[in-house]
Design a protein around this ligand. Structure first.
Ligand SMILES: C[S@@+](CC[C@H](N)C(=O)[O-])C[C@H]1O[C@@H](n2cnc3c(N)ncnc32)[C@H](O)[C@@H]1O
Length: 249
């Protein structure tokens, strides 16, 4: 039996709406279309049995990003895998520029419709794989956010992105990587987890260890690595973690 106390939200990803089974487990292109245009939380699958994550948890995430990225009025933020823009939207007014990209054309259209009205904010349909060819467009970025995305990338994609940020986006001081499934704590989620924890194309994606994160950060730039503990009450505090990378001077 799953440990429902800790796993109920992510469990939604494997046993939720009937229509869910009509989609690939990692689908963010067609699946979000089954919800209304402004059903932001369900579109990015941050749901518990169809019920969105609490506003308190959204506030906790936003606050952690804000504090750890140390956002200020001069910042230019690159939001990798921004989805529909809803999560980071409370932070747009705090910075000079916010550019988000995501491989889902549909989620980018939602982001543009609801959050792209301000001139300082821009959303682009693009995958992580295309960062190399477009990197010069982001060279003024001072901070990077990558929330709820890492699990859907391969290890080599993660290494390449870090390397590109390190070498081509020299102004980037901090990178916040959030909501990473923690392989060392997979039993808190489900002692009988049957899905390959290394498969990034599964519902939850690839489960990482903190040591793997340290290694990939060490091999792809000169980063100080700090793990961030979300409050006990946070829905995924028992089996997901966040990390802050700070460029060493
Ligand atoms: C769980 S959602 C998180 C969205 C947003 N960051 C948030 O927290 O609300 C994961 C997002 O990663 C995006 N994604 C997955 N693989 C990607 C890739 N290779 N390149 C760009 N975006 C990707 C998906 O389209 C989806 O919007």
């Amino acid at each position: 039996m799953k440990n429902t106390k800790f796993s109920q939200i992510d469990e939604d990803a494997t046993c939720s709406e009937l229509t869910y089974q009509d989609f690939e487990p990692h689908d963010y292109k067609e699946y979000p279309k089954i919800f209304s245009r402004n059903d932001f939380l369900r579109q990015v699958r941050r749901t518990v049995n169809g019920v969105p994550v609490s506003q308190e948890d959204i506030d906790r995430i936003v606050s952690s990003i804000d504090i750890n990225l140390d956002l200020c009025a001069e910042d230019r933020v690159l939001d990798i895998g921004c989805g529909n823009g809803h999560l980071s939207s409370p932070l747009y007014s705090k910075v000079k520029r916010w550019v988000g990209f995501d491989s889902s054309e549909y989620l980018i259209s939602v982001a543009t419709e609801f959050y792209g009205v301000e001139e300082r904010v821009e959303f682009i349909t693009q995958s992580v794989d295309q960062l190399g060819e477009s990197v010069s467009a982001y060279e003024e970025s001072s901070k990077v956010l990558c929330y709820g995305v890492l699990a859907y990338l391969t290890q080599s994609e993660v290494a390449r992105v870090l390397d590109q940020i390190s070498n081509c986006l020299k102004s980037v001081e901090r990178i916040y990587i959030g909501n990473i499934p923690d392989r060392d704590l997979i039993n808190f989620f489900d002692p009988n987890y049957k899905v390959d924890p290394l498969c990034e194309r599964s519902q939850i994606g690839r489960w990482w260890t903190s040591n793997e994160i340290k290694e990939v950060a060490k091999s792809n730039g000169n980063w100080e690595v700090d793990f961030i503990k979300m409050p006990e009450e946070f829905y995924a505090s028992k089996y997901r973690f966040d990390v802050l990378l700070r460029r060493k001077i």
